[in-house]
Design a protein around this ligand. Structure first.
Ligand code: ATP
Ligand code: MG
Length: 430
């Protein structure tokens, strides 16, 4: 990966000041592997473009250029913020100090020379790294008022790094203000909290700060929703969900959101009959997942994937009773591997009994791809040739044919054609 050092050399050779900055410095000093490298420099965007002709402007009005996947940003200070989202103007600076002051947290405000290891620390970032604290640079309430998203970022960094949020910074978090932020930015930060590997801590902090009730009231509602102890010795729906997130580790976004939302239908479907029940919580939860993710402006692909996970998460105990065709169709679903991963966590986060998981896993690995999805024995053309009129009836027959094939009732084209003509002449026998 490009670590920014060659870019820094080239900028310095041209007479500019240049340093690694932000998240990569924080991660390097913590001994973690940075996800990407950012460079801050006195060079203006036009200078950067001249030195690196292939540079792509990514935040032109903020002076950010992408050079070989490294964000190279001109030192700047931000003007006033009036909307709680972004500054009205920015001003380029020739030294890094002002650039440090406009950054969000002290641990994100450090500069590092990749050649000598020298750091520039205008904000006491090294002390906070050592003390494992997320602390706003400057006056926390003012910094959060400039950009409300920083409130969620504080949670994200504390969760990911397993740091505490400094008390004054924590106290300045005002959940009501988060409404003003573009929901896409909120969704991106929430997704990173869920996928970065310490999601349960992130959820606890979101709860503690009041952000959870504001952003995801449906998740907050899981607290105190009792479950039958024989199935869920671990506790209520919230405790169960957090337990799964604790086991999740770094994850794909859809799986992480699926874990968070798989039981979101439980609070509204809880009944007390012979025992506590949540009839239809998978179906109700599937609708709720759609509503929540739509509100957060998730992509339709992401929404569909998560809805699938919520809708299907209760099916595993039925697998041994399924017809081969039903089982094969279940196992060959596009996102089945993530459903299986979710089910494993669901077992581990409740009864700890993995029997249903192991059965599914064993079936999934023992069936070859051409058993799950065999080549069709006949096509719509064959059905039409039998005189079936063009229309939905053709697809119905093809699906029924595939079902017979998956159940092992047919295995050659001749058998399939004979089966089809029998269906067409005596449809009542289906
Ligand atoms: P990650 O490793 O998760 O990417 P990061 O610290 O690099 O963490 P980014 O969102 O990539 O986080 O931002 C890069 C740097 O830009 C931050 O370290 C911080 O200095 C600054 N920054 C980013 N967003 C803001 C913001 N909303 N307000 C102030 N400074 C910010
Ligand atoms: Mg980054």
């Amino acid at each position: 990966m490009n670590d920014g050092s060659e870019i820094i050399s080239a900028l310095r050779a041209a007479g500019h000041s240049a340093w690694l900055v932000g998240g990569c410095v924080r991660d390097l000093l913590l001994g973690r592997v940075p996800q990407d490298f950012d460079v801050a420099t006195s060079a203006r965007p036009a200078d950067i473009a001249r030195l690196f002709p292939h540079a792509i402007p990514v935040g032109a009005h903020f002076g950010v250029m992408l050079v070989d996947n490294v964000e190279v940003a001109t030192y700047r200070s931000d003007g006033t913020y009036s909307d709680g989202r972004r500054p009205e103007s920015i001003q380029y600076e020739s030294n890094p100090e002002a650039d440090a002051q406009r950054r969000d947290f002290t641990i994100n405000g450090l500069f590092l020379d990749p050649f000598t290891g020298e750091t520039l620390d205008y904000v006491n970032g090294r002390a906070d790294l050592a003390a494992r604290l997320v602390r706003a640079i400057g006056e926390p309430a003012a910094r959060f008022a400039e950009d409300h998203l920083r409130m969620i970022r504080a949670v994200r960094f504390a969760a990911r790094l397993d740091f505490e949020i400094d008390p004054a910074t924590l106290a300045a978090i005002n959940p009501l203000a988060i409404r003003k932020i573009a929901i896409e930015r909120v969704f991106a930060e929430l997704t990173r909290i869920l996928t970065d590997g310490n999601a349960h801590r992130g959820l606890e902090l979101l709860d503690q700060t009041g952000l959870l009730a504001e952003l995801l009231p449906e998740i907050k509602a899981m607290q105190g929703v009792a479950q039958p102890p024989e199935h869920h010795p671990e506790g209520d729906v919230w405790v169960h969900t957090l337990g799964m997130l604790k086991l999740l580790g770094p994850a794909e976004p859809a799986l992480a959101w699926g874990v968070l939302l798989h039981d979101v239908g439980k609070p509204v479907t809880q009944t007390f009959s012979d025992r506590i029940r949540f009839n239809g919580h998978d179906r109700v939860g599937t609708e709720m997942a759609r509503t929540i993710l739509f509100r957060l402006r998730a992509s339709s692909e992401r929404i569909e994937h998560v809805q699938y996970l919520v809708a299907e998460h209760m099916k595993f105990p039925e697998l041994p009773k399924m017809k081969p065709s039903t089982l094969k169709r279940f196992l060959r679903a596009k996102h089945f591997p993530s459903l299986l991963a979710l089910h494993r966590l669901d077992c581990l986060g409740s009864s700890r009994r993995l029997g249903t998981y192991e059965y599914a896993q064993q079936q999934f690995t023992s069936l070859a791809p051409d058993e799950l999805r065999p080549a069709p024995l006949a096509t719509g053309r064959d059905v039409l040739a039998l005189g079936v009129p063009f229309g939905p009836g053709v697809g119905v027959l093809i699906r029924a044919l595939e079902e017979a094939q998956l159940n092992g009732e047919l295995s050659t084209r001749e058998e399939a054609l004979a089966w089809l003509s029998q269906q067409v002449s005596a449809p009542a026998s289906t």
